[in-house]
Design a binder for this molecule. Structure first.
Ligand SMILES: [Zn+2]
Length: 465
C-alpha cells in the first residue's frame, strides 16, 4: 500500500478501511455503511455538538426527510443552488404523487414554514434549534468516505432573531462553538468569509472553516450563514414587535458533517493507520498483556486489575484475546487508540507499566501505583500535542504570493481589491479556489494581485476538496 506521502488519496482509503470505520461495499456510491466502531466515533463527535448546543441554549428538533416541491421552490436563489443535487420522490406505491417531494439537501425549506407557525411575538425569539439527521445531495464528483458523500450525516443549527444585530451575535456564538470543537477534534482551521459567488444559496453572507490536509488541499469542515430576512420573506416568518407592528425575523444556520471525522483521519493518520484525539476516541486506552509461558494467569490477573482501576477515569479496553501481542498492537494502532499500556513479565517484576503513545514513537514506563493520574496526564498531553502539531503544519503551509504565477500547492495569501472580476480571473488562471477573506481582518499592504489597484484585504487561494 502507498504511504501517506506517496499517494494521499490511496492512503486515505486504505487507512479508513483498515480502521474499519465504514464498510464501503454498499451498492450505492457515496452512501457509506457505518460500522459499530465508526459510528461510535461519530456518536462521540455528535455528543460534543449536543453538549455545545445545550450550553448555548439550543433545542434539538427533528424534521421530516421529505420536502414538498411547492415549499422547496419558495426561495429562488436557494433552488438554483441545489437544483442539480436533489433527489426526487415522485411515486408512492403505484401512484404518481400530485406534488413531488425531494429528500432534504438541507432543511431550511422543511423548517421555515413551521417556524412561521411557531413564532408569534418577540417573546418567542430568539428561537434556537438544531438537528442531526441524514441529508442527501447528488454530488457528481468521485465519492470518498466522510469527505465526499451523497448521504450526509449532517448537523444543522437554525436560529431566528428579532433583527440583524442579534443574528450577528449568533454568528459569533457559533464561532466560539466551532473553536471549542476544533480544539477537541484537533482540527485547526482558518475562518474565511466566502466570496459572494461562493456563499450559501440564499445567504446574506457565509463563513467557512477551512482545514488544511496533507493532501495539499483545504477542506471545508463547517459553515455559518447569516440569512438576514431573505428566507423569512420567502416563508413569511414574522413576529409582532413591541410596538405592535409585524416584522420579519433574521436567521442564521450553522452546518457540519462527518467531514470533521474525515479531517481527523486526513490530518492525524499515518502509515500505521488512523490516530484519534482522546476527546473523541471510543477507546482511549487499550491494555495489552504480554504473556510469558507459565505466568499467563498472573499477568492476565494484573492486566484485569489495571483495566479495572482505570475504568472509572478513562475509556479503557482490556484486550485479553488469545492473539499474539504484535497483532493486537497493529490492530489498535490502525484504529487510532491514543494510548496503549503493555504489561509483561518484566513490567510485573519492576512494578511498572509500559505506555506507548499513538501520536508519537516514544515509550515510557509508569510506576504501577501511579497509573491513574499519569494516564490522565498523558491523554491531556496527547490531546494538546495533536492540536499543536496540526496547527504548526497548517501555518507552515500559508505562503504570501505577489503574482498569480507564484501560487502553489499551499494556502496562498494575496492582496485583493475585492472585485469579483479579479477573483474569477485568478481562479481561472491558477485552477484554484478563492477561500475568501479572513473573518478576523488581517492587515495587508500592497496591490491587488490581479489588477494592481490597492488591495482592500488579504485573501486566501488554495486547492479545495
Ligand atoms: Zn483587482
Amino acid at each position: 500500500m502507498p504511504t501517506k506521502a506517496q499517494d494521499f488519496n490511496e492512503w486515505y482509503n486504505d487507512v479508513v478501511e483498515r480502521a474499519a470505520l465504514t464498510d464501503k461495499r454498499y451498492p450505492v456510491k457515496g452512501m457509506n455503511v457505518w460500522t459499530g466502531y465508526g459510528w461510535s466515533v461519530m456518536a462521540r463527535i455528535d455528543g460534543l455538538m449536543r453538549r455545545e448546543m445545550a450550553r448555548t441554549g439550543h433545542e434539538e428538533v427533528n424534521f421530516p426527510l421529505l420536502i414538498p416541491e411547492t415549499e422547496f421552490r419558495k426561495e429562488a436563489e436557494h433552488i438554483r443552488g441545489f437544483e442539480e443535487e436533489v433527489y426526487w420522490v415522485t411515486r408512492a406505491g403505484k401512484n404518481e404523487l400530485d406534488i413531488p417531494m425531494c429528500l432534504r439537501p438541507t432543511s431550511e425549506t422543511a423548517m421555515y414554514p413551521i417556524f412561521a407557525l411557531w413564532i408569534r411575538s418577540h417573546a418567542d425569539l430568539p428561537l434556537k434549534t438544531f438537528q442531526i439527521v441524514s441529508t442527501f445531495r447528488y454530488d457528481t464528483k468521485q465519492t470518498r468516505a466522510f469527505l465526499r458523500v451523497r448521504e450526509i450525516h449532517f448537523f444543522e443549527a437554525h436560529t431566528a432573531h428579532v433583527d440583524a444585530a442579534d443574528a450577528e451575535r449568533q454568528v459569533r456564538e457559533d464561532m466560539e462553538v466551532m473553536e471549542s470543537l476544533g480544539r477537541e477534534l484537533c482540527v485547526p482551521y482558518l475562518l474565511n468569509r466566502r466570496p459572494d459567488w461562493d456563499k450559501f444559496p440564499g445567504a446574506h453572507y457565509s463563513l467557512a472553516a477551512d482545514a488544511w490536509t496533507p493532501g495539499l488541499r483545504t477542506l471545508q469542515v463547517a459553515t455559518i450563514h447569516h440569512y438576514r430576512d431573505n428566507f423569512a420573506k420567502a416563508y413569511n416568518v414574522t413576529y409582532e414587535a413591541a410596538d405592535g407592528s409585524r416584522q420579519f425575523v433574521h436567521q442564521t444556520t450553522y452546518g457540519m458533517s462527518e467531514r470533521l471525522l474525515g479531517a481527523v483521519v486526513a490530518i492525524h493518520g499515518d502509515d500505521k493507520g488512523v490516530a484519534l484525539p482522546p476527546a473523541v476516541a471510543p477507546v482511549q486506552v487499550v491494555v495489552v498483556p504480554i504473556p510469558e509461558k507459565g505466568r499467563q494467569s498472573a499477568i492476565l490477573d494484573e492486566a484485569r486489575r489495571l483495566a479495572g482501576e482505570l475504568e472509572a477515569h478513562v475509556r479503557v479496553k482490556l484486550d485479553d484475546r488469545d492473539v499474539r501481542p504484535g497483532a493486537k498492537f497493529y490492530e489498535w494502532e490502525a484504529k487510532g487508540v491514543p494510548l496503549r499500556l503493555e504489561l509483561g513479565p518484566r513490567d510485573l517484576a519492576d512494578g511498572v507499566v509500559t505506555a506507548a503513545r499513538r501520536d508519537a514513537s516514544d515509550r515510557t514506563t509508569i510506576p504501577r501505583g501511579d497509573v491513574v493520574p499519569q494516564v490522565r496526564d498523558l491523554l491531556l498531553r496527547i490531546q494538546k500535542d495533536m492540536y499543536a502539531r496540526a496547527e504548526r503544519d497548517m501555518r507552515a503551509h500559508i505562503v504570501d504570493i505577489a503574482t498569480p504565477e507564484e501560487a502553489r500547492e499551499a494556502i496562498n495569501r494575496f492582496g485583493w481589491c475585492g472585485d469579483p472580476e479579479c477573483g474569477h480571473r485568478l481562479e481561472q488562471d491558477t485552477g484554484m479556489s478563492i477561500l475568501g477573506t479572513p473573518f478576523e481582518p488581517e492587515r495587508f499592504d500592497g496591490p491587488c494581485i490581479v489588477c494592481g489597484k490597492p488591495a482592500t484585504s488579504a485573501a486566501y487561494l488554495a486547492r479545495t476538496y
